[in-house]
Design a binder for this molecule. Sequence first.
Ligand code: KIV
Ligand code: NA
Length: 275
Amino acid sequence: MKTITEFKRMKAEGEKIVMMTAYDYPTAVFAEKADVDLLLVGDSLGMVVLGYASTVYVTSDDMIHHGKAVRRGAKDTFLVVDLPFGSFRGSEDRILTEAIRIFQETGADALKVEGADEVLDVIRLLTKTGIPVVAHLGLLPQSAAVIGGYKVQGKTSQAALKIIDEAQACEAAGACMVVVECVPHQLTQKLSEAVQIPIIGIGAGVEADGQVLVFHDLVKYGDHKLPKFAHAFSDAGSVVLDGICAYTNAVRERNFPNEKHQFNMKEEEVGNLYG
Ligand code: KIV
Ligand code: NA
């Protein structure tokens, strides 16, 4: 398994880091076969797998349920699990109880938290406890309702400098990596230069030290709209829909099952069936 040390070396030597989300066992198996560097059990699972309108309905139990499945499928890939909405707020005791439960039960290698400001204390607390933390800056989907939707962040130099400050503060607080979402690529370049830890981009341009995409976007699986920054590298959705339609037709036309799929009784036993 590639570790944080390896990811830092990759950044230093300009080798791109490949990350994608996964929410279940078969996807994890495929990702490991494809030599993906890191997997993220993102709370995006609320939207692409569970059909919620946003990520705020996802619970720690959801993260554990899916995180365990991904771990079983990819035992040898660095695994990051998102701390879901609300799970890292409140007293230190509550935050630690939730984080330790998710970390232990999923067998994750790191946990990811959205935001800076008061979240810096969370990064420090978890790191001090022995849980590696991935920060998440730029567009914060868990706060979309407050900021008024899913919008590009850091477009002015002032807003961009704030995100750079945040990344440096996350690094100082102990974060081992930063995911930056939906920011101008010129900011990403500066971000990468401003910290030693890898910057993993999504909608952040090629300048990031690595990229992350949502599985259901990158293989186009589902009925959701692809964000502008995503690219469908295959069309799993139409393959799956074609398969289901072919099955439906075959059953209705009595073409499935046929003799290849059925079991036989001896002739004499068939005779006995009818007395
Ligand atoms: O939940 C998720 O999929 C994420 C990525 C967009 C980074 O946090
Ligand atoms: Na997320």
